[in-house]
Write a protein that binds this ligand. Structure first.
Ligand code: AMP
Ligand code: MG
Length: 267
């Protein structure tokens, strides 16, 4: 599972990562799903500790092309987590008020507080992705942002936040199938956005923008993990693995009991 983690300074080429990879489980979906169930329970226990301790914070960043599975990940990987202490922040086209501020302003407001697990469904990375691809600001402006972002995430890490960033990597063909499904399946129609077809035409521009972002902002304090995501079960497993491992590393324990608790009698 470690092979998906981008080493700091590594120049990422996405064509070297197979979106349909299932090698850590030899393509064994049934075994993978069993393992995911175990990991989900483990994750729920660890989040309970996180919340009880009110000390550490966990930030999960989810990025990927349209249909890569950001919503599905939230449902399937974090479905067992107690909603108390967990929050999802969605980042859409910025409002006028948000645009009146620096681009990290709206993001900083959403970072986890003590004991919280926060999932970013899109994030500040949109400001070097969609913004770059559509030329919403000049290159001289977005090019500075990698440094800002690294410094911002360092600030979060230095103040007790574990930051994990997942790039959900799908193939262009898989995206075609998933968009088609959104058209064909009445229950998925609501997810279909005509604008997604225009974005799809910019696929290679997005690949370039992602490669740069992954190369320049995978740091020791906020690593990127490239998640093979053509197979949803494998995507869920890779993410669940890395999240539980990061939480385990915090070596958390329940807060100690109040003194003299053993002498208290409930009548
Ligand atoms: P969705 O996540 O599918 O609901 O779509 C949200 C849309 O908002 C996507 O098309 C994003 O690219 C867009 N978006 C998010 N952040 C920004 C940003 N900073 N600037 C421009 N568009 C953004
Ligand atoms: Mg969408």
């Amino acid at each position: 599972m470690d092979r998906y983690r981008i080493k700091p300074g590594h120049k990422v080429r996405l064509d070297r990562f197979d979106p349909a990879d299932t090698s850590a489980f030899d393509g064994d979906k049934a075994r993978g799903q069993k393992r995911l169930l175990k990991l989900s329970e483990k994750l729920a226990d660890l989040q309970e500790l996180l919340w009880a301790g009110q000390r550490h914070r966990l930030l999960i960043v989810l990025q990927g092309m349209d249909t890569a599975g950001k919503d599905g990940t939230i449902r399937h990987v974090f479905g067992y987590v107690n909603p108390q202490g967990c929050r999802v922040a969605n980042f859409k086209v910025p409002t006028l008020t948000e645009l009146a501020h620096d681009y990290l302003w709206r993001v900083h407001q959403q970072v986890p507080g003590a004991g919280e697990l926060v999932i970013f469904n899109r994030s500040h990375y949109e400001d070097v992705l969609v913004v770059r691809v559509h030329g919403l600001v000049p290159p001289a402006v977005w090019k500075k942002r990698y440094d800002h972002i690294n410094a911002f995430e360092k600030l979060l890490a230095d103040t007790g936040t574990t930051v994990l960033k997942f790039f959900l990597h799908i193939s262009k063909e898989e995206q075609r199938q998933r968009l088609q499904e959104r058209l064909d399946d009445k229950q998925k129609n609501w997810k279909f956005n005509v604008g997604d077809l225009a974005e799809r035409k910019l696929w290679s521009k997005y690949v370039e923008a992602y490669q740069d972002a992954l190369s320049k902002t995978s740091t020791p304090w906020a690593p990127w993990i490239v998640v093979p995501s053509d197979h949803k079960w494998y995507r869920n497993l890779v993410i669940a693995h890395h999240v539980t491992r990061a939480l385990r590393k915090l070596n958390m324990a329940f807060p100690p009991a109040a003194p003299d608790l053993e002498n208290v009698v409930v009548r």
